[in-house]
Design a protein around this ligand. Structure first.
Ligand SMILES: Cc1cc2nc3c(=O)[nH]c(=O)nc-3n(C[C@H](O)[C@H](O)[C@H](O)COP(=O)(O)O)c2cc1C
Length: 321
């Protein structure tokens, strides 16, 4: 698949997820195979002011193209942020026009931009002018059931120069739950000429295949389906006939978790890593016998050595599923 001037191996992408898709998790997914990675949303004001430590993005340490997502509502600030991230090595810039969080929406950013087409168009136009790497926009079906304007909105941002559109096929009030609508993805695909990436609710291979088959979308983006099983995107890629360049060096779930944990420690320091890894350990242990008991013990632990010991006992030689 190609997005603007970016040639990609395959068409399966890791979704941005705030608080989850940090460098250690992205790297863990990348070890298996993925066409491109998205960073979680960063406020354009923070990028411009350097208020957030952008070093933690570690763009240079990825092998697969990594696209940086920004949020905001000021075309000039958004353009400056995009330019800065491009200089730092972003393979592309993605604009968040789908976030339903109250704080984001009240500031006129995220999915609120789908209700303000003139401003959304100006933002896309300004960012497009500021960068040479591809520009994507992640949208939703629309604001509510009465305002599902994704197809027309997609056409509008295409006319401002966007190189691909990601559509999370849920309205704002459904946030991240409820059945996604394949019909909306199909209508977006029919309304534009640029590539369309479908997103929402893919948790197994048949769902991934159905999204492509029933909507005609060019690629798929997976978020929660990757939690606790970072190899899931590679499985999907293989089922879609994509090559997946990376070789897997881990032979067991334990190897993967330990390496994820070590990356996290290196990045965040031990204390923060232990806290950040708790939610991942919860996901990794889902579906395992006595998982609840394991979680109640491991979540209390603060020392990596004890945690590693618990991991070893619990996961043993469990193979990747
Ligand atoms: C915890 C969490 C954080 C998220 N953060 C972002 C974000 O920063 N930017 C964004 O565009 N979408 C964000 N999303 C939405 C996902 O990218 C994706 O659109 C959504 O989860 C549906 O896909 P899925 O069903 O494959 O998870 C987030 C979702 C979750 C669950």
């Amino acid at each position: 698949m190609r997005i603007g001037n970016l040639d990609l191996e395959g068409n399966t992408f890791l979704a941005p997820m705030a608080g989850i898709t940090d460098f250690p998790f992205r790297k863990t997914v990348e070890r298996f195979g993925v066409s491109a990675l998205w960073t979680e949303m960063i406020s354009s004001c923070a990028v411009v002011a350097s208020a957030r430590n952008l070093e933690t993005l570690r763009l240079a340490d990825h092998q697969r193209p990594t696209i940086c997502q920004i949020s905001g509502n000021d075309p000039t600030v958004m353009a400056k942020a995009a330019e800065k991230l491009q200089e730092m090595g972003a393979a592309g810039i993605d604009i968040n026009m789908g976030c339903p969080a109250r704080k984001v929406v009240h500031s006129g950013s995220g999915v609120a931009l789908m209700r303000n087409e003139p401003l959304a168009g100006k933002i896309v136009g300004a960012v497009k002018k500021a960068i040479t790497v591809p520009l994507t926009v992640k949208i939703r079906s629309g604001w509510d059931v009465h305002n599902q304007n994704a197809p027309d909105f997609a056409k509008m941002i295409e006319s401002e120069g966007v190189d691909a559109i990601i559509i999370h096929s849920r309205i704002r009030s459904n946030r991240h739950s409820g059945p996604p609508s394949l019909g909306v993805i199909r209508r977006v695909k029919e309304s534009v000429g640029v590539p369309v990436i479908g997103n929402g609710g893919i948790s197994d291979v048949p769902e991934a295949q159905a999204m492509i088959r029933e909507t005609g979308c060019d690629g798929i983006m997976i978020g929660r389906g990757s939690l606790g099983r970072p190899w899931f995107l590679k499985t999907v890629m293989a089922s879609l006939g994509n090559k997946h360049g990376q070789s897997v060096t881990a032979s067991s779930v334990l190897d993967i978790i330990v390496s994820h944990f070590e990356l996290s420690q290196e990045m965040w320091g031990t204390q923060r890593a232990v806290r950040r890894m708790r939610k991942h350990l919860g996901w990794y242990s889902r579906g395992f016998e006595n998982g609840a008991d394991f979680r109640s013990r491991v979540f209390r632990e603060e020392t990596p050595n004890t945690i590693f010991q618990l991991l070893k006992t619990f996961f043993g030689k469990a193979a990747i599923i």
